[in-house]
Ligand binder design. Structure first.
Ligand code: ZN
Ligand code: ZN
Length: 254
């Protein structure tokens, strides 16, 4: 995913499989960008080796993300991108790729103000908020909802303080919306939440647009259409101005 402000270096959210196709739409060189990585699970990093821009001398990519139990961000990426998983080792990349560990931080990237907060998931994970050019975006890709005990665990009404801080009044909240209540009951500890829980965050934080993200890979297109339609209805009923379902290639103009 990419956030762009005219005339400034872009900021990427995570480095998933969409990165390869995105790379084909961006200038190959000169290229300079930053990437805000939430965590190191495969679905968030496996696009990086296939991003054409990192193979060009002189190009720059600064990758921010949380250190892991196994080491710094640079250590864990080094373990991912090396033979036999990929033909070359990270150190052989032609582009200039730097790693910066973040967890609970406030920083500037160019003219963008960036807030980083830990987010409950499986393993060290963060979420980001960008305030840039008069607009704000929160990105919380994977969020474990706190849940009730018993045979049918469901999200409670409790919301992590850091998550609320990230989402407070944002123009766009891109948030985990993986499960229905039935699915959540079966996978309550898999690190995700229900669409209803994400809606409750959007409501509490006063979000203008909630973009449903991290769909369950088992959902068909028809199911997705229905889930998005239902979420739009629920959003309207509780006063969230807009709810959208995300998909590859979607462009949101703020
Ligand atoms: Zn994950
Ligand atoms: Zn994920």
């Amino acid at each position: 995913m990419i956030v762009e402000v005219h005339g400034e270096a872009p900021i990427l959210f995570d480095l998933g499989t969409g990165l390869r196709l995105l790379g084909e739409t961006l200038p190959i060189s000169p290229f300079s960008a930053s990437a805000l990585v939430t965590h190191i699970h495969w679905d968030h990093v496996q696009g990086l080796p296939f991003f054409p821009q990192i193979h060009v001398p002189g190009n720059k990519l600064d990758i921010y993300g949380p250190a892991q139990a196994d080491g710094t961000l640079a250590d864990v990426f080094g373990g991912l991108m090396k033979p036999p998983y990929f033909p070359i080792h990270f150190s052989q990349l032609q582009g200039d790729v730097r790693f910066i560990d973040v967890m609970s931080d406030e920083m500037a990237i160019g003219n963008a103000k960036v807030l980083v907060r830990p987010v409950p998931h499986v393993g060290p994970t963060v979420g980001y908020r960008l305030d840039w050019d008069g607009r704000s975006v929160a990105y919380i890709s994977d969020h474990q909802a706190p849940c009730t005990a018993g045979d049918n665990p469901q999200p409670t009404t409790q919301i992590d303080e850091g998550v609320l801080e990230l989402c407070d009044g944002v123009d766009l909240m891109i948030h985990d919306a993986q499960y229905t209540p039935t699915e959540f009951a079966q996978k309550s500890y898999w690190g995700h939440c229900t669409i209803d829980y994400a809606l409750s965050i959007a409501k509490r934080a006063g979000v203008k647009t909630f973009a449903m993200f991290h769909h369950d890979p088992g959902h068909s297109d028809a199911q997705m259409d229905q889930l998005v339609e239902d979420a739009k209805c629920k959003g309207r009923a509780i006063g969230i101005p807009e709810v959208i379902g995300t998909y590859e290639g979607l462009v949101v103009d703020l």
